[in-house]
Ligand binder design. Structure first.
Ligand SMILES: Cc1cc2nc3c(=O)[nH]c(=O)nc-3n(C[C@H](O)[C@H](O)[C@H](O)COP(=O)(O)OP(=O)(O)OC[C@H]3O[C@@H](n4cnc5c(N)ncnc54)[C@H](O)[C@@H]3O)c2cc1C
Length: 416
């Protein structure tokens, strides 16, 4: 049963909303979580129906696991976790073959040079600028490293990202991977919380006397609200605020757009497929100026699955057309496994984060010049009666479940 007169409304039951609700409950504040969709977890979503095996449509790694607030929670619940970095068999392909030992060494050197250049430029005292301007160029592996660190990891090209924000939100290992999926973990962490599903908030009135959320579910009033919907939803006007948000908040939302990462997961049972080890990570070198390779992870937990990852502009171009994403991922697989190998791939599941009006993308990046936007978005409004939370609000672990979780906890502390 839901509280009839909640103290705090939490809008959205993703990681930030769940963390906020747990935090409020621990402090004895009554709250009601209004979730627009039919499930909890938001961009942490694991399902088994499509492939017959757990598949994380969104988050699959607990990055920077030693500092990640979800790591101890998962441990305490006895969740099976593996350190992906210690298992990952990295395979680099170039010109239709595996890279040689020397090429892999040169690639690693280019990666180190990339991060040294980014870190030096981010602290050189000059104004913020696109991260691409600081990235080394012209070397044999530079375009491949830039494509990997930008589109494939951050879901946006380095030219679209603030150098300072990119440098300060870069993540290290350990990267833990969960048998039950990150969505499975987060769903368990939401158990017992007062979450009302299928309750999309269309309008939020806020002022000195409190807040009122309105939607097809009716109206609910409270003393304060924590809004955790994505910046993609906010920028598209998914919630009408009355009175309108101040310019600093609106500018921060627009300066933190969502990038896009699309996964195409294939059943891979056919013995004609190459015998890849579990957790192998397959990357292909950028072959020419307009090449935007996908990458793959094979057989997570030994399961007969191959997952293709496509980030940035290429993912946006395929958005809304899963048949195209399926075909392009198969064509990419052919460049690595050969045509016969790729033809042996089974049915595919394509993630649909861009077209879902409850998300409108994958995760946020700051545009050039907007290195302070995350702090601006997280600043409480109306004497603490309206607070934004979510991955986009965290200055260090932005774009991740860790950032979302920590920002939800921080919002619960800030609430009036
Ligand atoms: C493909 C992909 C791969 C990723 N990989 C990783 C990874 O490996 N590791 C990692 O740490 N992170 C990863 N992430 C990012 C991570 O999933 C997110 O940063 C995090 O889950 C965001 O949580 P949140 O609570 O901020 O937002 P959300 O999860 O978006 O939660 C917001 C909630 O609000 C709801 N909502 C929206 N509009 C309304 C409305 N009007 N009224 C009510 N409810 C509404 C939504 O349904 C949603 O449940 C990935 C994301 C994607 C998409």
């Amino acid at each position: 049963m839901f509280p009839s007169d909640p103290d705090v409304l939490v809008i959205g039951a993703g990681c930030a909303g769940i963390a906020a609700a747990r935090s409020l409950a621990a402090r004895g504040r009554s709250c009601l979580v209004l979730e627009g969709g039919p499930r909890v977890g938001g961009r942490a979503f694991t399902e088994t129906a499509s492939l017959g095996l757990p598949f994380d449509h969104g988050a699959s790694w607990l990055h920077q696991a030693d500092e990640n607030p979800l790591t101890p929670l998962a441990r305490a619940m006895g969740v099976e976790m593996l350190d992906h970095d210690s298992l990952r068999d990295r395979r680099l392909f170039t010109d239709g073959r595996l890279a040689t030992h020397d090429e892999r060494r040169d690639y690693a050197t280019a990666e180190d040079a990339f991060w040294a250049a980014i870190d030096a430029a981010a602290s050189d005292g000059r104004p913020d600028r696109p991260a691409a301007e600081a990235a080394p160029r012209g070397g044999r592996w530079d375009a491949t490293v830039a494509h990997w660190e930008g589109a494939q990891i951050c879901a946006a090209e380095l030219s679209r990202m603030s150098l300072r924000d990119f440098a300060s939100t870069a993540l290290d290992g350990p990267n833990m991977i969960l048998r039950e999926g990150v969505g499975g973990l987060v769903t368990r962490l939401a158990q017992g919380l007062p979450v009302r599903l299928d309750a999309r908030v269309d309008r939020l009135r806020w002022g000195a006397r409190g807040v009122v959320a309105e939607g097809a579910f009716g109206t609910v009033a409270a003393r304060a609200a924590i809004v955790t919907v994505s910046t993609g939803v906010l920028a598209a006007g998914g919630i009408a605020f009355d009175p309108p948000l101040p310019a600093t908040t609106r500018d921060a939302i627009l300066a933190l757009p969502l990038g896009l990462l699309t996964k195409v997961a294939f059943r891979a049972d056919d013995p004609a497929l190459p015998d890849l080890p579990p957790f192998a990570s397959l990357r292909r070198a950028v072959a020419h100026a307009h090449d935007r390779p996908m990458s793959f992870v094979s057989r997570p937990f030994g399961d007969p699955v191959l997952v293709a990852f496509c980030g940035g502009a290429r993912a946006w171009e395929m958005a809304g057309d899963p048949a195209r994403a399926d075909a392009e991922a198969r064509a990419e697989a052919a460049t690595i496994f050969g045509t016969q190998g790729a033809a042996a791939l089974g049915r595919a599941t394509v993630t649909r984060w861009a077209e879902d009006p409850l998300f409108r993308g994958a995760y946020s990046h700051a545009v050039p010049g907007a290195q302070t936007a995350r702090a601006a978005l997280a600043a409480p409004l109306g004497d603490g009666r309206l607070v934004f939370a979510g991955e986009a609000c965290h200055p260090r672990f932005a774009a991740t479940v860790a950032g979302a979780w920590l920002s939800g906890e921080a919002a619960a502390q800030h609430i009036a």
